[in-house]
Design a protein around this ligand. Structure first.
Ligand code: ME8
Length: 649
């Protein structure tokens, strides 16, 4: 295989602090589809995924269960691996940051950066809680400025720590983001530059002494390496950088694509390039950033439990249908809202009606009119050229989308051709040709063209839905030796006298109402335990009358603009369309929401609250949010279809 035909793609390494969910599936399935596509194109592919197993959070979770951190992560990693197997994820390598080779490689990387003068010892200043022996940043403190754990007072304190000098790389990183196509989508580059580089790239604190579950700094053992330095290094240690476990660094580095969601874009767009620049190593070619799969307007997370358990969904609709749905819904860079109903409708319209019908109708007609084997006489006719041109142009279009990590668009292109082929059936009306003996050659041509279209479509779809496409090949009589990337650019590959084999329905139609009822039942059965896991609700307030309640005017409003309140880490200033000409509200949710996450969202406000000034900014009302299990607040997002100004009762 030629050297330039190598391709290296990575997912983030996930925190095994809980079970994996559909959000984790998205990145992994997307990378898997690209990896499979590239293998089909003849590339020597390295597809890396894994788990990011150090840090205080893991240490605490393990402690709460009375087990060692290693025992805790071992158990979780097994669940991740089981899910990847279930979803047919064809990773080539799985890295665990607790693997010995990674640990010593990170120690070497840290030492190299220290020896080069990019890491230096300094003092970390923060808020210290003496009873908990913990440092907190300003933004982690509770609403009273106290320890988020025990809610006692904290004091200003200093801790010895190592820092990574970022400023020498600021200019190069700015150029990387603005002048190259490293970041996809590009429109996020300016926001990064404005928020992090223009104000002056701060040195990064890269060691901790407040907990021990991490990689020790070899030359100062009471420090452990900051978890992001440990985690980002995985992309090169997994190839053998600074270790002898593997030997693929020169072959696969630089990576072709790192794929991540927007929450960790900053680490991959700024810190990771800075580390590589300091190490004098080449930079990855692309960073593809996708949005979040959201559920009722919130980032999907494990606390949503079985609503989105990929095992349960996969059991009901097949892993391939789930793979298709999540990739088809998410445009690069944008969020995609998940609902069971949208998923079921998508499966019905595209997979059952679109593709499934095309296959079953075509195969059934070859059976009915020719006993399963096509005769070799042919007669070309109207519509053939257009169909053939559309089908043979598909491969190039799909290639481009895959190369640009636009998988939703790749699937759209393929399903445009599915629709074109279904339309060809209506245009050529084979059931009319079938009634007339003299039209048999024309009928054979029509059916052959359909089988060929299905072959091309299913070949190009196979990286996305690897389990179901072989079932289609069996039905259309395509020997697997004919299923190649090269053949996906050609028409006329199946033997003229091809024999089809009618089989099971590939994507059965789902009864939407019945299914939603059943899913709700499953969610109902499982939700309470999941939902309250570890959370004790505070005591109920004293009783009020309905008249008391009526004094509170709750309304639906929509966020039009949103920005951080200067000099405050906690406050956001929101401009709302409240149905009465608009108002400004200040809300203490900046720790959990970025302004761009809220714009366009509907919220519930207390509309008749007396105006106050917060940090000098006027606030006319309050945004309703609920305490969540992590000690933070989750905004209550009502249905987007509600009108602004609607009263909540
Ligand atoms: O951040 N929608 O790990 P993590 C879409 N260990 N994607 C989602 C998602 C959602 N709702 N939720 C999670 C970490 N993801 C670090 C990474 S890399 C050197 C270290 C996906 O377990 C998405 O890819 O919190 C996101 O970037 C990743 O999971 C974060 O996973």
């Amino acid at each position: 295989m030629m050297d330039n035909k190598r391709y290296y793609i990575t997912t983030p390494i996930y925190y095994p602090s809980g079970d994996p969910h559909i959000g984790h599936c998205y990145t992994t399935v997307a990378c898997d589809s690209i990896a499979r596509y590239k293998r089909m194109q003849g590339y020597d592919v390295m597809f890396l995924t894994g788990t990011d197993e150090h840090g205080q959070k893991i240490e605490e979770k393990a402690k709460a269960q009375g087990i060692t951190p290693k025992a805790y992560v071992d158990e979780k990693v097994a669940v991740f691996k089981k899910l990847w197997e279930y979803m047919n994820i064809s990773y080539d390598r799985y890295i665990r940051t607790t693997d010995d080779y990674h640990v010593s490689a990170v120690q070497n990387i840290f030492k190299r950066l220290y020896d080069k003068g990019y890491i230096y010892k300094g003092e970390y200043t923060g808020k210290y809680c003496t009873p908990c022996e913990s440092f907190w940043t300003e933004s982690q403190l509770d609403e009273n400025g106290c320890c988020p754990e025990c809610h006692r007072e904290v004091k200003e304190a200093k801790e010895e720590a190592y820092f990574f000098k970022m400023s020498p790389f600021a200019e190069r990183i700015e150029k990387l983001l603005l002048d190259t196509d490293y970041l996809r989508p590009k429109y996020r580059a300016q926001e990064l530059v404005n928020n992090f580089i223009k104000p002056g790239l701060e040195d990064l604190c890269v060691s901790r002494t407040s907990f021990t579950w991490g990689i020790p700094v070899t030359f100062d053992e009471k420090h452990v390496v900051y978890v992001w330095i440990d985690a980002l290094s995985n992309y090169i240690t997994a190839l053998g950088y600074e270790n002898s476990e593997y030997n693929d660094y020169s072959k696969f580095w630089p990576a072709d694509v790192h794929m991540v969601a927007k929450d960790i874009m900053r680490f991959h767009a700024i810190i990771w390039p800075a580390m590589l620049m300091a190490l004098e190593e080449p930079l990855p070619k692309h960073l593809a950033v996708h949005g979040w799969i959201t559920f009722n307007g919130q980032k999907m997370s494990k606390s949503l439990g079985n609503v989105v358990d990929p095992f349960i969904l996969g059991e009901r609709y097949s892993p391939d249908a789930i793979r298709y749905h999540i990739m088809r819904e998410m445009a690069l860079g944008a969020d995609s809202s998940f609902s069971n109903e949208i998923m079921i409708n998508r499966i019905n319209s595209d997979l059952a009606n679109g593709l499934g019908n095309l296959v079953s109708r075509t195969v059934a007609m070859v059976d009915k009119y020719f006993g399963g084997t096509l005769p070799t006489e042919r007669e070309a006719g109207e519509f053939d050229d257009d169909l053939i041109a559309t089908v043979t142009a598909l491969r190039e279009k799909t290639d481009l989308c895959v190369d640009e990590t636009r998988l939703k668009n790749a699937l759209e292109e393929i399903f445009t051709v599915v629709d074109r082929a279904n339309k060809y059936i209506d245009e050529t009306a084979p059931w009319i040709l079938g009634k007339d003996e003299s039209k048999k050659a024309r009928l054979a041509s029509v059916l052959y063209n359909l089988l060929e279209s299905i072959r091309v479509i299913s070949t190009l779809l196979s990286p996305f839905m690897p389990t179901t496409m072989p079932k289609i090949w069996a039905q259309i009589g395509a020997d697997e030796s004919l299923i190649t990337y090269e053949n996906a650019g050609k028409f006329g590959v199946l033997p003229e006298n091809v024999t089809v084999h009618r089989g099971e329905i590939i994507f059965p139609r789902i009864d939407v109402d019945k299914e939603i009822d059943e899913l709700n039942k499953i969610i109902g059965d499982n939700a309470p335990a999941e939902d309250n896991d570890g959370f004790t609700p505070p005591e109920l307030a004293s009783e009020i009358t309905i008249d008391d309640f009526a004094k509170i005017d709750l309304r639906v409003a929509q966020v039009k603009e949103c920005e951080k309140v200067k000099k405050s880490k906690k406050l956001l200033c929101l401009q709302l369309d409240d149905g009465f000409g608009g108002r400004q509200v200040v809300s203490g949710i900046a720790e959990w929401y970025k302004p761009e996450d809220l714009i366009g969202k509907k919220v519930i406000i207390v509309a008749n609250l007396k105006p106050v000034k917060l940090c000098g900014v006027e606030s006319n009302g309050m945004i309703c949010a609920a305490d969540n299990k992590d000690g933070g607040a989750t905004v209550i997002f009502p249905d987007q279809s509600l009108p602004n100004g609607a009263k909540v009762r």
